[in-house]
Design a protein around this ligand. Structure first.
Ligand SMILES: C[S@@+](CC[C@H](N)C(=O)[O-])C[C@H]1O[C@@H](n2cnc3c(N)ncnc32)[C@H](O)[C@@H]1O
Length: 279
């Protein structure tokens, strides 16, 4: 059996993270030796009686900043013991995490994930100690632990045998062509008067595949114009004249579609373009 993928979290709050990582699919992957997770606490590398890991920022300002020395010693300890392939600092200023980055990380075999707290970490950790900074989104969390667990989760599910169905990740959002996933349905066939699209019980695999691709395109175009522009740049054929691009939306309801919500919802309504193609 191959070595487990090793994650080392440098965090003040390992006991907060472990119960989550011990549950469900990640927990089973850990028990089965597909992944392995360790926690290293920067407080264990302090020398004062209060085990101090933060101090006020030079130049003034709100809050406290994580001291460089305990954090660096904790990271160096992980590097000496585990030799992680890469050390990433979780930071709102980092590179935005994408599925492409997740795929790249999944190939590495080991990672050290450094979790900031307070107002963040001394800039010299970023400049001189870690390899890269990763953001999990344009919002601010109270600490890097949730971001680190996002990375552990997203990477783990790409590892062989972690998901029951080996083909699972391939048909999901962002997995190929940068398109969102198609709509999924399960039993019953009619639920509260909402029927599933007929094509899904036609038994015709070619038609189902074509419907799914059309749904992915329609959904991506409506919800994520940024991803759609990228897709069109790489697949200019989708902008061919309407006659040659037969992208149909199947009806998803027994009754006519409801009028767009009057509650100011920001979710875009389904496309009314019968071709489902770009406007
Ligand atoms: C309260 S935040 C610090 C925010 C910092 N003062 C700023 O404005 O960018 C504390 C820690 O949470 C983590 N964190 C917060 N938001 C994050 C995000 N969007 N992505 C990754 N890590 C984040 C980082 O490790 C950060 O050092």
């Amino acid at each position: 059996m191959s070595e487990p993928y090793r994650f080392d979290l440098v965090t003040l709050f390992g006991p907060l993270c472990e119960p989550y990582l011990r549950g469900s699919i990640l927990g089973r992957a850990w028990t089965r030796g597909l992944i392995d997770v360790g926690f290293t606490d920067p407080r264990d590398f302090t020398t004062d009686p209060h085990r101090t890991v933060d101090d006020a920022p030079f130049g003034g300002g709100a809050g406290m900043v994580m001291l460089p020395e305990p954090l660096a010693l904790a990271i160096e300890d992980v590097r000496a013991r585990r030799k992680p392939a890469r050390t990433l600092l979780l930071s709102p200023s980092g590179r935005p995490l994408t599925q492409a980055i997740v795929r790249e990380l999944a190939a590495l075999g080991s990672l050290c994930l450094v979790c900031g707290r307070y107002e963040g970490v001394d800039q010299r950790i970023s400049d001189h100690v870690v390899d890269d900074e990763i953001s999990v989104g344009d919002y601010v969390l109270t600490g890097g632990e949730l971001g680190a667990m996002v990375i552990v989760d997203a990477v783990s599910r790409l590892l062989p045998d972690v998901l029951g169905n080996a083909e699972g990740p391939e048909s999901e959002s962002f997995s190929d062509h940068a398109l969102l996933e198609y709509p999924q349905y399960t039993r019953p066939q009619v639920w509260r008067e909402h029927a599933i699209p007929e094509v899904l019980f036609s038994g015709h695999h070619g038609k189902i595949a074509a419907w799914r691709l059309a749904e992915r395109m329609t959904r991506t175009q409506a919800r994520r114009p940024d991803l759609w522009a990228d897709y069109v740049a790489r697949h200019p054929e989708v902008l061919a004249p309407p006659k040659t691009r037969r992208i149909r939306r199947a009806p998803s309801r027994v009754s006519p579609p409801a009028a767009p919500a009057a509650d100011g919802s920001t979710r875009p309504p389904p496309s009314t373009d019968p071709d489902g193609g770009p406007a």
